[in-house]
Design a protein around this ligand. Sequence first.
Ligand code: BDR
Ligand code: CA
Length: 306
Amino acid sequence: MRRSSAPRVRAVIDTDPGIDDALALLYAWRSPDMDVRAVTTVAGNVPVDVATANVLRLAALARAGVPRVAAGAAKPLARALTTATHYHGEDGLGDVGGWPAIHAEPVGADAVDVLVAAAREHGPSLTLVALGPLTNVAMAVQRDAGAVRGVGRVVVMGGAVDVPGNVTPTAEFNVHVDPEAAAIVLDAGLPLDLVPLDATRQAVLDRARFETAAARSRAPGASQLVRCTARGFRVDHARGTHGMVLHDPLAVGAALDPTLIEWEPVKVTVSSAGETRRVRGRPNCRVARRVDADRFIMTFLERLLP
Ligand code: BDR
Ligand code: CA
Protein backbone atom coordinates (compact mmCIF):
# COMPACT_ATOMS: atom_id res chain seq x y z
CA MET A 1 0.00 0.00 0.00
CA ARG A 2 1.37 3.44 -0.88
CA ARG A 3 1.83 5.78 2.04
CA SER A 4 2.54 9.04 0.28
CA SER A 5 0.93 10.97 -2.53
CA ALA A 6 4.30 11.93 -4.07
CA PRO A 7 4.51 10.83 -7.72
CA ARG A 8 6.10 7.43 -8.21
CA VAL A 9 9.55 7.28 -9.70
CA ARG A 10 9.16 5.59 -13.07
CA ALA A 11 12.35 3.63 -13.59
CA VAL A 12 14.23 1.32 -15.89
CA ILE A 13 17.02 -0.54 -14.11
CA ASP A 14 20.08 -1.78 -15.99
CA THR A 15 21.90 -4.40 -13.93
CA ASP A 16 24.32 -7.36 -13.69
CA PRO A 17 23.23 -9.37 -10.63
CA GLY A 18 25.41 -9.62 -8.49
CA ILE A 19 24.63 -9.85 -4.76
CA ASP A 20 24.21 -6.11 -4.20
CA ASP A 21 22.26 -5.81 -7.46
CA ALA A 22 19.92 -8.48 -6.07
CA LEU A 23 19.28 -6.41 -2.95
CA ALA A 24 18.84 -3.30 -5.10
CA LEU A 25 16.25 -4.98 -7.33
CA LEU A 26 14.18 -6.30 -4.46
CA TYR A 27 14.37 -2.92 -2.73
CA ALA A 28 13.16 -1.24 -5.94
CA TRP A 29 10.35 -3.76 -6.57
CA ARG A 30 9.18 -3.44 -2.97
CA SER A 31 9.26 0.35 -2.88
CA PRO A 32 5.72 1.67 -3.29
CA ASP A 33 7.05 4.92 -4.72
CA MET A 34 9.00 3.26 -7.54
CA ASP A 35 7.44 1.83 -10.69
CA VAL A 36 10.04 -0.42 -12.34
CA ARG A 37 8.94 -0.51 -15.98
CA ALA A 38 11.72 -2.79 -17.19
CA VAL A 39 14.95 -4.41 -16.11
CA THR A 40 17.76 -4.65 -18.65
CA THR A 41 20.82 -6.81 -18.15
CA VAL A 42 24.46 -6.32 -19.01
CA ALA A 43 27.63 -8.39 -18.74
CA GLY A 44 29.58 -7.41 -15.65
CA ASN A 45 29.69 -9.30 -12.40
CA VAL A 46 28.69 -12.37 -14.43
CA PRO A 47 28.13 -13.10 -18.13
CA VAL A 48 24.94 -11.54 -19.44
CA ASP A 49 22.98 -14.80 -19.77
CA VAL A 50 23.64 -15.51 -16.09
CA ALA A 51 22.67 -11.94 -15.18
CA THR A 52 19.38 -12.32 -17.09
CA ALA A 53 18.57 -15.64 -15.43
CA ASN A 54 19.35 -14.05 -12.06
CA VAL A 55 16.87 -11.22 -12.58
CA LEU A 56 14.16 -13.76 -13.40
CA ARG A 57 15.21 -15.90 -10.41
CA LEU A 58 15.02 -12.89 -8.09
CA ALA A 59 11.61 -11.94 -9.45
CA ALA A 60 10.40 -15.48 -8.75
CA LEU A 61 11.84 -15.30 -5.23
CA ALA A 62 10.27 -11.93 -4.54
CA ARG A 63 7.00 -12.98 -6.17
CA ALA A 64 7.31 -9.68 -7.98
CA GLY A 65 5.12 -10.74 -10.88
CA VAL A 66 6.79 -11.12 -14.23
CA PRO A 67 8.86 -8.02 -14.85
CA ARG A 68 9.79 -6.92 -18.34
CA VAL A 69 13.36 -8.19 -18.61
CA ALA A 70 15.56 -7.60 -21.67
CA ALA A 71 19.04 -8.99 -22.16
CA GLY A 72 21.76 -6.64 -23.35
CA ALA A 73 25.44 -6.47 -24.14
CA ALA A 74 27.47 -9.65 -23.71
CA LYS A 75 30.76 -7.80 -23.59
CA PRO A 76 32.17 -4.32 -23.11
CA LEU A 77 32.40 -1.98 -26.11
CA ALA A 78 36.10 -2.39 -26.85
CA ARG A 79 37.61 -5.04 -24.61
CA ALA A 80 37.09 -8.49 -23.14
CA LEU A 81 34.77 -8.97 -20.17
CA THR A 82 36.25 -9.24 -16.68
CA THR A 83 33.70 -10.63 -14.24
CA ALA A 84 33.60 -10.36 -10.43
CA THR A 85 32.75 -13.94 -9.55
CA HIS A 86 35.41 -13.94 -6.81
CA TYR A 87 33.07 -11.58 -4.94
CA HIS A 88 29.61 -12.64 -6.11
CA GLY A 89 30.18 -16.37 -6.75
CA GLU A 90 30.15 -18.27 -10.04
CA ASP A 91 26.37 -17.89 -10.26
CA GLY A 92 26.51 -14.22 -9.24
CA LEU A 93 24.26 -14.81 -6.25
CA GLY A 94 26.62 -16.35 -3.72
CA ASP A 95 26.64 -19.96 -5.04
CA VAL A 96 24.10 -21.10 -2.46
CA GLY A 97 21.50 -22.93 -4.59
CA GLY A 98 17.91 -23.07 -3.33
CA TRP A 99 16.44 -20.59 -5.83
CA PRO A 100 12.90 -21.02 -7.10
CA ALA A 101 12.48 -22.33 -10.64
CA ILE A 102 12.27 -19.74 -13.39
CA HIS A 103 9.10 -19.87 -15.45
CA ALA A 104 9.36 -16.52 -17.20
CA GLU A 105 11.52 -15.50 -20.14
CA PRO A 106 13.14 -12.26 -21.20
CA VAL A 107 11.24 -10.24 -23.78
CA GLY A 108 12.31 -10.59 -27.40
CA ALA A 109 13.70 -7.06 -27.61
CA ASP A 110 17.31 -6.21 -26.89
CA ALA A 111 18.16 -4.13 -23.81
CA VAL A 112 19.28 -1.16 -25.91
CA ASP A 113 15.96 -1.16 -27.80
CA VAL A 114 14.12 -1.21 -24.49
CA LEU A 115 16.21 1.63 -23.03
CA VAL A 116 15.78 3.80 -26.11
CA ALA A 117 12.06 3.06 -26.39
CA ALA A 118 11.51 3.89 -22.70
CA ALA A 119 13.47 7.16 -23.06
CA ARG A 120 11.43 8.13 -26.14
CA GLU A 121 8.12 7.21 -24.55
CA HIS A 122 8.56 8.66 -21.07
CA GLY A 123 11.14 11.44 -21.51
CA PRO A 124 11.47 13.60 -18.40
CA SER A 125 9.28 11.30 -16.33
CA LEU A 126 11.79 8.43 -16.65
CA THR A 127 14.69 7.68 -14.29
CA LEU A 128 17.32 5.37 -15.68
CA VAL A 129 19.23 3.52 -12.95
CA ALA A 130 22.47 1.81 -14.03
CA LEU A 131 23.96 -0.72 -11.61
CA GLY A 132 26.54 -2.40 -13.83
CA PRO A 133 29.08 -1.51 -16.53
CA LEU A 134 27.68 1.21 -18.77
CA THR A 135 27.79 -0.73 -22.06
CA ASN A 136 24.01 -0.77 -22.70
CA VAL A 137 23.57 2.86 -21.67
CA ALA A 138 26.42 3.96 -23.95
CA MET A 139 24.90 2.01 -26.83
CA ALA A 140 21.55 3.68 -26.15
CA VAL A 141 23.33 7.06 -26.31
CA GLN A 142 24.94 6.05 -29.61
CA ARG A 143 21.53 4.97 -30.93
CA ASP A 144 19.55 8.07 -29.87
CA ALA A 145 21.46 10.59 -27.75
CA GLY A 146 18.59 13.08 -27.88
CA ALA A 147 16.14 10.64 -26.36
CA VAL A 148 18.51 9.60 -23.57
CA ARG A 149 19.35 13.26 -22.85
CA GLY A 150 15.64 13.89 -22.47
CA VAL A 151 15.05 11.54 -19.53
CA GLY A 152 14.54 13.04 -16.07
CA ARG A 153 17.59 11.48 -14.39
CA VAL A 154 20.29 8.94 -15.08
CA VAL A 155 21.56 7.54 -11.77
CA VAL A 156 24.74 5.53 -12.14
CA MET A 157 26.54 3.42 -9.55
CA GLY A 158 30.13 3.73 -10.60
CA GLY A 159 33.49 5.37 -10.16
CA ALA A 160 35.82 6.30 -7.34
CA VAL A 161 36.35 10.05 -7.49
CA ASP A 162 38.31 11.07 -4.38
CA VAL A 163 38.78 7.62 -2.84
CA PRO A 164 40.69 4.44 -3.78
CA GLY A 165 39.15 2.00 -6.23
CA ASN A 166 38.02 -1.53 -5.53
CA VAL A 167 39.59 -3.27 -8.56
CA THR A 168 42.82 -1.34 -8.93
CA PRO A 169 44.14 1.28 -6.50
CA THR A 170 42.24 3.91 -8.50
CA ALA A 171 39.43 2.18 -10.45
CA GLU A 172 35.97 1.03 -9.47
CA PHE A 173 34.56 -2.19 -10.97
CA ASN A 174 31.69 -0.92 -13.16
CA VAL A 175 33.83 1.76 -14.80
CA HIS A 176 36.90 -0.48 -14.98
CA VAL A 177 35.01 -3.18 -16.91
CA ASP A 178 33.97 -0.78 -19.66
CA PRO A 179 35.77 2.59 -19.48
CA GLU A 180 34.93 3.39 -23.11
CA ALA A 181 31.23 3.12 -22.29
CA ALA A 182 31.64 5.21 -19.15
CA ALA A 183 33.39 7.93 -21.17
CA ILE A 184 30.52 8.02 -23.69
CA VAL A 185 27.97 8.32 -20.90
CA LEU A 186 29.93 11.06 -19.11
CA ASP A 187 30.35 13.02 -22.34
CA ALA A 188 26.76 12.73 -23.50
CA GLY A 189 25.27 15.73 -21.72
CA LEU A 190 22.90 13.59 -19.65
CA PRO A 191 21.16 14.62 -16.43
CA LEU A 192 23.66 12.37 -14.68
CA ASP A 193 23.92 11.59 -10.97
CA LEU A 194 27.00 9.51 -10.21
CA VAL A 195 27.00 7.37 -7.08
CA PRO A 196 30.65 6.35 -6.69
CA LEU A 197 32.52 4.43 -4.01
CA ASP A 198 33.00 7.78 -2.23
CA ALA A 199 29.30 7.54 -1.31
CA THR A 200 28.59 3.82 -1.26
CA ARG A 201 31.30 3.11 1.31
CA GLN A 202 29.24 5.22 3.74
CA ALA A 203 26.29 2.84 3.26
CA VAL A 204 27.43 -0.22 5.16
CA LEU A 205 24.90 -2.83 6.24
CA ASP A 206 25.54 -4.47 9.60
CA ARG A 207 25.23 -8.24 9.31
CA ALA A 208 23.50 -8.86 12.64
CA ARG A 209 20.98 -6.11 11.93
CA PHE A 210 20.26 -7.58 8.49
CA GLU A 211 19.83 -11.10 9.83
CA THR A 212 17.56 -9.90 12.65
CA ALA A 213 15.43 -7.98 10.15
CA ALA A 214 15.24 -11.06 7.89
CA ALA A 215 14.28 -13.35 10.77
CA ARG A 216 11.41 -11.01 11.72
CA SER A 217 10.28 -10.41 8.14
CA ARG A 218 7.35 -12.10 6.46
CA ALA A 219 8.62 -11.10 3.01
CA PRO A 220 9.00 -14.00 0.59
CA GLY A 221 12.60 -15.10 0.20
CA ALA A 222 13.95 -13.45 3.36
CA SER A 223 15.97 -16.49 4.43
CA GLN A 224 17.29 -17.01 0.89
CA LEU A 225 18.54 -13.40 0.92
CA VAL A 226 20.46 -14.16 4.12
CA ARG A 227 22.12 -17.15 2.45
CA CYS A 228 22.85 -15.24 -0.76
CA THR A 229 24.42 -12.26 0.98
CA ALA A 230 26.64 -14.34 3.32
CA ARG A 231 29.38 -14.37 0.72
CA GLY A 232 29.27 -10.56 0.27
CA PHE A 233 29.52 -10.03 4.04
CA ARG A 234 32.44 -12.48 4.17
CA VAL A 235 34.43 -10.89 1.35
CA ASP A 236 33.80 -7.33 2.57
CA HIS A 237 34.81 -8.40 6.09
CA ALA A 238 38.05 -9.87 4.74
CA ARG A 239 38.68 -6.47 3.08
CA GLY A 240 38.34 -4.76 6.46
CA THR A 241 34.72 -3.52 6.25
CA HIS A 242 32.44 -4.08 9.22
CA GLY A 243 29.37 -5.18 7.26
CA MET A 244 28.51 -5.21 3.55
CA VAL A 245 28.79 -2.14 1.33
CA LEU A 246 25.42 -1.39 -0.30
CA HIS A 247 26.73 -0.05 -3.63
CA ASP A 248 23.77 -0.74 -5.91
CA PRO A 249 21.02 -0.34 -3.29
CA LEU A 250 22.33 3.19 -2.60
CA ALA A 251 21.90 4.06 -6.29
CA VAL A 252 18.26 2.92 -6.07
CA GLY A 253 17.93 4.93 -2.84
CA ALA A 254 19.34 7.97 -4.67
CA ALA A 255 16.85 7.46 -7.49
CA LEU A 256 13.98 7.26 -5.02
CA ASP A 257 15.05 10.10 -2.78
CA PRO A 258 17.87 12.41 -3.88
CA THR A 259 17.74 14.18 -0.50
CA LEU A 260 19.44 11.15 1.08
CA ILE A 261 22.65 12.49 -0.43
CA GLU A 262 24.58 15.74 -0.74
CA TRP A 263 25.48 16.25 -4.39
CA GLU A 264 28.38 18.16 -5.89
CA PRO A 265 28.39 19.25 -9.55
CA VAL A 266 31.73 18.05 -10.96
CA LYS A 267 33.37 17.50 -14.30
CA VAL A 268 34.52 13.88 -14.26
CA THR A 269 36.68 12.19 -16.87
CA VAL A 270 37.50 8.51 -17.33
CA SER A 271 40.93 7.14 -18.22
CA SER A 272 41.41 3.98 -20.27
CA ALA A 273 42.43 2.29 -17.00
CA GLY A 274 38.98 3.05 -15.61
CA GLU A 275 39.97 5.86 -13.27
CA THR A 276 37.33 8.52 -12.71
CA ARG A 277 39.02 11.84 -12.07
CA ARG A 278 37.65 15.28 -11.27
CA VAL A 279 38.97 17.95 -13.61
CA ARG A 280 38.41 21.66 -14.04
CA GLY A 281 35.60 22.69 -16.35
CA ARG A 282 31.86 22.66 -16.78
CA PRO A 283 30.30 19.90 -14.62
CA ASN A 284 29.06 16.87 -16.56
CA CYS A 285 27.39 15.21 -13.57
CA ARG A 286 26.52 15.53 -9.90
CA VAL A 287 28.68 13.35 -7.70
CA ALA A 288 27.20 11.83 -4.54
CA ARG A 289 29.21 13.04 -1.56
CA ARG A 290 27.84 12.79 1.96
CA VAL A 291 25.13 10.15 2.56
CA ASP A 292 22.51 10.16 5.29
CA ALA A 293 23.39 6.54 5.91
CA ASP A 294 21.15 6.02 8.95
CA ARG A 295 18.07 7.17 7.08
CA PHE A 296 19.01 5.21 3.97
CA ILE A 297 19.65 1.93 5.76
CA MET A 298 16.49 2.23 7.84
CA THR A 299 14.33 2.77 4.74
CA PHE A 300 16.19 0.09 2.79
CA LEU A 301 15.58 -2.55 5.45
CA GLU A 302 11.96 -1.53 6.01
CA ARG A 303 11.25 -2.00 2.33
CA LEU A 304 13.43 -4.99 1.55
CA LEU A 305 12.30 -7.00 4.57
CA PRO A 306 8.81 -5.84 5.61
C1 BDR B 1 29.92 -2.38 -8.24
O1 BDR B 1 30.63 -3.51 -8.74
C2 BDR B 1 29.84 -4.64 -8.72
O2 BDR B 1 30.56 -5.78 -8.35
C3 BDR B 1 28.69 -4.33 -7.80
O3 BDR B 1 27.53 -5.05 -8.18
C4 BDR B 1 28.51 -2.85 -7.93
O4 BDR B 1 27.66 -2.53 -9.00
C5 BDR B 1 30.68 -1.83 -7.06
O5 BDR B 1 31.97 -1.45 -7.45
CA1 CA C 1 26.19 -4.20 -10.05
